[in-house]
Design a protein around this ligand. Sequence first.
Ligand code: ZN
Ligand code: FE
Length: 263
Amino acid sequence: MTAETLPSDVTIHPIPAFTDNYIWCIHNNTNAIVVDPGDAEPVLSYLNTKGLTLSAVLITHHHQDHTGGISKLATAVPDLPIIGPRGNHIRGITKSVAQGDTVSLPILNLSFQVMEVPGHTLDHIAFFGHGALFCGDTLFSAGCGRLFEGSPEQMYHSLNKLKRLPDSTIVYCTHEYTQANVKFALAVEPDNKALNSYADWVAEKRSQNLPTLPSNLKEQKNINPFLRAHELSVKTTAEAYCENKLVDDVAVFAAVRRWKDEF
Ligand code: ZN
Ligand code: FE
């Protein structure tokens, strides 16, 4: 088991990349780890400005917008540990990890548990430790990743795995998709009070160009339709959307995911 909170000297900062990616930088003002560096430039410039030494890279899945910066970072920092999914399909990974493995980063007094969460891709993993979850493109605020490789059933089980983490878990997603996700979530659950007030908060943040992330698991359980397939309100609109009875929560989840794809 890892500690429940971050060491007091550690902070987590979003480095914006491309149009809507965040490369999370975990640092103690001296050493840093980055998660999913799709682009090396913004990472190197942040490290440079802050005077940080890059100590490791964590990778959640193979997509280019999460891995594109690996080779440049590896060139800039000799012997850089790059930790990610097994399978040898991601160039530059120096250590592959799987479900149940612990990633130890003693330089920052951190350790993370690896969770396999297939769905968006089949290789997708998440890192959990110190009350923080780095979930890549599996869970977004008010949304979830598109099913590029996995089945709805796989994604449903992966999200359920994340749901079993403590409610206080801080959720660090890779994309600022929140506002569009909220718009869809409101179509699924127009009368969800928590969701309506969250929508106002998101609009306020985005109007100031501020991140809506991280979120926390308790909030997501209240507002995210992809974590709420068991709710009658979600089932009802999902059935109306597909003009069919939905037999179980997996079927509801699958229908909501399809609906979002067409929204
Ligand atoms: Zn992706
Ligand atoms: Fe992505």
